[in-house]
Design a protein around this ligand. Structure first.
Ligand code: IPE
Ligand code: IPE
Ligand code: MG
Length: 240
């Protein structure tokens, strides 16, 4: 396996679909929530590994707009974990000079979680290292829907003219405004689908799928994905 990352092209922005927490737990005869707990530890480690590898933006899908369909027990266990990790993340972000940003519709969360998110963003805003983006209550379609709604409101208010709408205008209304599009998308646990993730932003991202279950993901797995990415020829519709 290639391990010399100095010879690799390090993607500026890596987007991750962390999947397989449930399967990881099932394999061990544990409840699904045990998989989520282990998965959170893996997120922490991955933030540090990515920052050290020189990745500038890491966006992780933590909870989708569709994940509310899960059992009340699982959703509330995920919310509890989220509460706990919001506090831990503040420490990790500060220790690693990481700026944290949340995408998705945060208004559906309990008020203490919303406060935790706001605090995490505010207290890390001046950090100059990697930007860690967490997608929670995030759905690509919901993000576009909210963007269209705000664009229409601005048009009504005379701030935005329909004739001046460019692709950059649309991008500036998305939750990811100011963040470059992902270069590499990694999905763990073998599923080959987007599951409503970053539908606009992934237009030209390279895709890497691994069978590794999220709680088992580590620096070696990340380096494997980057090694693959390094060999890809990106064309963006052009020709040689
Ligand atoms: C990913 O793991 C975490 C979330 C979606 C919250 P899953 O919970 O989807 O795990 P599997 O897919 O059931 O194994
Ligand atoms: C995608 O995983 C969402 C997150 C990782 C948060 P899912 O497990 O929800 O996706 P599907 O249901 O397999 O498409
Ligand atoms: Mg899943």
């Amino acid at each position: 396996m290639e391990t010399d990352t100095s010879k690799m092209v390090i993607p500026a922005h890596v987007a991750l679909i962390l999947d397989g927490n449930g399967r990881w737990a099932k394999k061990r005869g544990l409840p699904r929530t045990a998989g989520h707990k282990q998965g959170c530890i893996t997120v922490e480690k991955t933030v540090e590994d990515a920052a050290r590898l020189g990745i500038r933006y890491l966006t992780v899908y933590g909870f989708s707009t569709e994940n509310w369909k899960r059992s009340v027990e699982e959703v509330s266990a995920l919310m509890q974990l989220f509460r706990y990790y919001l506090k831990r993340l503040l420490k990790i972000a500060k220790a690693n000079n990481v700026r944290v940003k949340m995408i998705g519709d945060r208004t559906r969360f309990d008020s203490d979680i919303i406060e935790g998110i706001n605090r995490l963003e505010q207290e890390t805003a001046a950090n100059t290292g990697m930007t860690f983006v967490i997608a929670v209550n995030y759905g690509g379609r919901d993000e576009i829907r909210r963007a269209v709604s705000r664009m229409m409101r601005d048009a009504q208010a005379g701030i935005l003219s329909p004739d001046q709408v460019t692709e950059d205008t649309v991008a500036s209304y998305l939750d990811t405004a100011g963040i470059p599009d992902p270069d590499l998308l990694i999905r763990t646990s073998g599923e080959i689908r987007l599951s409503n993730y970053l539908l606009w932003q992934l237009a030209y991202s390279e895709i890497y799928i691994t069978d590794c279950l999220w709680p088992d993901f580590n620096r070696d797995e990340l380096v494997k994905a980057i090694a693959q990415y390094s060999k890809r020829e990106r064309r963006f519709g052009g020709a040689k």
